[in-house]
Write a protein that binds this ligand. Sequence first.
Ligand code: KG4
Ligand code: ZN
Length: 330
Amino acid sequence: MYVLGIETSCDETAAAVVSSGTKVLSSVVSSSLKFHKKYGGVIPEIAFRMQLETIAAVVDSALKEASLARKEIGLLSVTNGPGLAGSLFVGVSFAKAVSLALGVPLVAVNHLHAHIYAGLLGPHRRFAFPFMALVVSGGHTSLFLVRDFDDVRSVGSTQDDACGEAFDKVAKLLGLGYPGGPLIEKEARLGDPSAIRFKCSDTAGPLDFSFSGIKTAVMYYLKARHRAAVGSSLARDIAASFQEAVTGVLARKALAACARYRVGTLVVGGGVAANGRLRERLGTEGARAGVRIQFPSPELCMDNAAMVAGLGYRLFKKGHRSGINLTTEV
Ligand code: KG4
Ligand code: ZN
């Protein structure tokens, strides 16, 4: 079955065709990022206006890239939350219209659950329930116990900033630009991760996260040194030390969650899952703990519609359907 997925929860307008939940035939992502850059973050008004302008063309190119005619689509799948209200509204309304026009069923998908599915996408991916999932993106940092595609239970989450948000804010402090994650990672490669002992704040729940304190610690560290010039060795050491602390806490808590719920597999998803140091640490620390770690391919870490089409197919097989009265869940 060919599934057309649509994703518009943040600044991206994405459409993809996935065959029977496994094979990605096309994945088109159009980002309005360059229009947000000068503000250092996503401006919702700009995001949804661009999505309204581009969604029809993006869907057409996904179908074209997959060499698929409209009548061959068997199912439509769309993200209906969480995300930016106006942005979600564009995708959901478009998907409802297409579903009605083509007479094809529609399934709504949760954006965070779709990020988990990205790690299961691809012909050679093995998985068995239950498993633990770590979703680390610009808006969320959560640990989920996954017992089935529609049985996803949160067992830990951030109490303040999301992990990607912390990368973005620290990058801004260092004058690196936006989005910060890849820029911090690049800067960190040339720095000393043990130069400064930054630490993520403790949380009441052992599987919760807090990233606001470490961002403030970086700010004070910089203030005391009259800010580090971009490209200086101090900036590189700060980037490396910050990344080391954050990836350390992510790896430690994710593996602690696996131990606590006695699961042998950890699936990681979301933009921060593209981080090389996180992949490296979870690789070695997971092997030591006897936990199998599964990451999506780098392009499927970021927001995309292939993960939406894939999960939509699985939910459809389990009997899920959405109607014309589908709403957004911000
Ligand atoms: O999943 P995503 O594309 O969008 C959301 O749903 O939020 O994640 C975007 C986030 C941004 O905060 C970005 O800085 C972060 O993922 N990110 C990274 C890396 N690549 C993207 N963070 C750390 N290291 C990276 N290589
Ligand atoms: Zn996302």
